[in-house]
Design a protein around this ligand. Structure first.
Ligand code: SF4
Length: 212
């Protein structure tokens, strides 16, 4: 993939949720002559299925996996804030996803994602390559090689390469994040309509640099 040439010889991280889009891209990245770390934002709230699938894939495919964890464990966090994901999901995402991501990104020059324009109206203008500024002032190159792929194309690639996928898809989930904020889609035409009970569209890890 042409855009990946930008990552050659640079300290590179790929943020992976282990949803099918990201796993398809991971499969492609592993075939490129690239050195990169795979970063999972481990909020502590993920489905058990995600943790076991991730570990199996790591064993079978042999990539370097880094877990970015929040400062507080789920137990400590809930003791202090209660069920923040119900009361204030924006703040919960900020503390359990965005802050650990920002800390990790300080170590890299290039950030690869599996984002696609089709996923959400908030991703409609996604470019294959963006230069973004972290709150620290550091600039990082963000690459979105699948930006113009459709959901159908992602699954065609999965089938063509017999890529193992999360069993939750067979149960009817179409977009999979933290268990407490993920339901089956309310709108069959909108795969992300089961996230956050339809109350929000983004967790903030891809929008922090656009906020004022
Ligand atoms: S998706 Fe839900 S549980 Fe996960 S960090 Fe965001 S609000 Fe918290």
């Amino acid at each position: 993939m042409e855009v990946l040439r930008e990552a050659k010889g640079k300290r590179t991280v790929f943020t992976c949720s282990f949803q099918i889009d990201d796993v398809v891209l991971l499969h492609m990245l592993l075939k490129e002559n690239l050195s990169f770390d795979v970063l999972f934002l481990d909020t502590g709230y993920h489905f058990e299925e995600v943790y076991s699938y991730m570990e199996k894939l790591k064993r079978d495919w042999g990539f370097k996996l880094i877990l970015a964890k929040p400062e507080l464990s789920v137990q400590e966090f809930e003791r202090k804030y209660g069920k923040l994901y119900e009361k204030n999901p924006d703040l919960c995402c900020k503390m359990r996803k965005v802050m650990p991501l920002l800390k990790s990104l300080e170590n890299y020059e290039v950030w690869i994602t599996g984002l696609r324009r089709e996923q959400s109206p908030t991703r409609r203008n996604l470019q294959p390559k963006e230069l973004i500024r972290l709150p620290s002032g550091k600039e990082i190159l963000k690459l979105n090689p699948l930006c113009d792929w459709t959901y159908k194309e992602v699954w065609s690639y999965q089938r063509a390469h017999s890529i193992p996928y999360l069993s939750l898809y067979d149960e009817g989930y179409t977009s999979i994040g933290c268990k407490v904020c993920t339901q089956k889609p309310k709108d069959p035409n909108d795969p992300r309509s089961g996230r956050w009970g339809g109350k929000k569209l983004e967790c903030g890890i891809h929008t922090f640099h656009k906020e004022g």
